[in-house]
Design a protein around this ligand. Structure first.
Ligand SMILES: Nc1ncnc2c1ncn2[C@@H]1O[C@H](COP(=O)(O)OP(=O)(O)OP(=O)(O)O)[C@@H](O)[C@H]1O
Ligand SMILES: [Mg+2]
Length: 213
């Protein structure tokens, strides 16, 4: 069974962004989507992660069409099984990094993994307020928060934007290990072609189509 199947997706805002897009994600798969700024990558990721309803087409998660799924079931899937790492962090600013992770840990009934914090290089500053951390540290706290709930599908939009090349590579190693260990899947949007090519499948969103490279 696919973790995610999207068929025939089309979407427009002021003008048509893309049409007839098909994509499928299996366990341990990683998919990268590259494309020019404004081509619609984040919009596509919003549709795939069920934040936005497509104008046409369907998205299925774990074999079930999200449009016909009950609200209750979809909420549960979103809470337990989808992990969104997006361009803005949405951390609780008044809390420490650890308290942010504790919220995720309580909501999902999963433990905070010290190894994860060490690998992300946020073990030392974990008790500091989020607002005191650097942009890159905040980004890594938000990644730790998402992974703490052990999602089955990761949607990742420019996760390494604030990071130097070494740290970016370490963060990507962590994502790849995570999907392998947890039989999860990842859809990654990035400008960085080198990073994209570390994924199993690479697509380019261009001329309103998704082209497999
Ligand atoms: N909520 C919205 N309402 C109206 N137009 C929107 C909305 N969201 C996106 N757009 C338009 O859709 C186009 C694609 O935006 P999107 O954010 O998907 O691009 P992107 O490929 O992710 O770009 P970038 O690489 O810069 O992040 C843009 O031209 C944008 O103006
Ligand atoms: Mg974008």
């Amino acid at each position: 069974m696919n973790l995610l199947t999207a068929q025939n997706l089309s979407h427009s805002f002021e003008y048509e962004l893309f049409s007839n897009i098909d994509i499928e994600l299996k366990e341990k798969d990683s998919i990268a989507i590259i494309g020019m700024s404004g081509s619609g990558k984040s919009t596509l990721l919003n549709i795939l992660s069920t934040l936005l309803e497509p104008e046409q087409g369907s998205v299925s998660l774990f074999g079930e069409d999200v449009q016909t799924m009950s609200t209750k079931k979809l909420s549960k899937i979103k809470r337990d099984s989808l992990g969104l790492v997006f361009q803005s962090h949405y951390l609780f600013k008044g809390l420490s990094a650890l308290e942010n992770l504790e919220v995720a840990s309580i909501l999902s009934d999963q433990n905070i993994d010290d190894d994860l914090l060490k690998r992300l290089g946020i073990y030392e500053p974990i008790n500091q307020k989020v607002t005191e951390l650097s942009g890159g540290q905040q980004q890594r706290v938000s990644i730790a928060r998402v992974l703490t709930k052990r999602p089955k599908v990761l949607f990742v939009d420019e996760p390494t934007g604030n990071l130097d090349k070494n740290t970016a590579n370490e963060v990507m190693d962590l994502f790849f290990d995570y999907i392998d260990t947890n039989s999860a899947g990842m859809i990654l949007v990035t400008h960085d072609e080198e990073l994209a090519h570390r994924c199993k499948h690479v697509y380019r969103l261009e001329d309103k189509k998704l082209i497999k490279l």
